[in-house]
Design a protein around this ligand. Sequence first.
Ligand code: BMA
Length: 326
Amino acid sequence: MSVLIQDPVPRAKARLVGRDVIHRWEGNPIIQLEDIPFRCNTVFNAAAVKFHDQYLLLVRVEDQQGRSIFALAWSEDGYRFVVDPEPVMTPTDEEPFATYEACGIEDPRITFMDGMYYVMYTAYSHHGPRLALARTDDFKTFERIALISEPVNKDGALFPKKINGRYARFDRPNVGSTGNIWISYSDDLINWGASEVVMTTRPDHWDCARIGASAPPIETERGWLEIYHGVKEAAAGPIYRLGAVMLDLENPARVLGRAAIPILTPREYYERVGDIGNVVFSCGAILEEQTREVKMYYGAADTCICVGTAKLDALIKRCFEQEDSV
Ligand code: BMA
């Protein structure tokens, strides 16, 4: 018989061990398969934005054929969502996009800039994943702008303002089975270049195998706050966690501080068990300007969508903390 189970004090203490700076909403998951009004396999990573006083998620749903498509989910409070009856964006028949979206469209990130909502997503085909960009101002029709990277590239996230006169984005080109976060610049959102690496995987850390941008960067007085995902390969498969990094406002390729430990790690049942277990993966976060609280939306185990919150200042602080101080 376990002493721990009989004694409430050590159990209470145990709850504090390895706690995350992101606080999970008690009603998680917020969207599951049962909440999707049309037939599909699974639901996961969603972009998040505020639109006309509503919280809006652009949700990645895998259809029954196995391709990913996007659907919209609406909420008054950021916690209780209703999913539209039909998908809003599916792989197109129009070239040049059709060839590269044949296996689906994945992991959207929405950035609001100059009155327009930009959706950067992964176009997936037998040629490998590459980045594509679309835009909308009403979330009814989406105009595809361009395919903006070669394969193999994922995790594109557009900055919400120009940097030194140019548009900027993160992306994650793959090198074999590893990959780091890069930045590229553009004058027209179509042609991208001046690429440089921003940060790399860390040996012996939770983010040692691959890293990629998650939510689009959030501007703060200390720099660009980027929530990113890091992967560690374990014997039973990869473990996806979320981390935070602070980047220079004028030159986001300069890392000012990188949290030593994750801000969210799979612990709950719905994060550990699903199509791909041990995954927390974010594509969107909303900063509540008045309360300085961040609502972070994340896919859990590639099977449902969850929300967690953190004070912006706690996330900023975490970027500058080292292992032994947290
Ligand atoms: C990544 C992407 C994500 C997914 C994650 C975990 O490569 O495909 O959409 O959530 O893997 O499976």
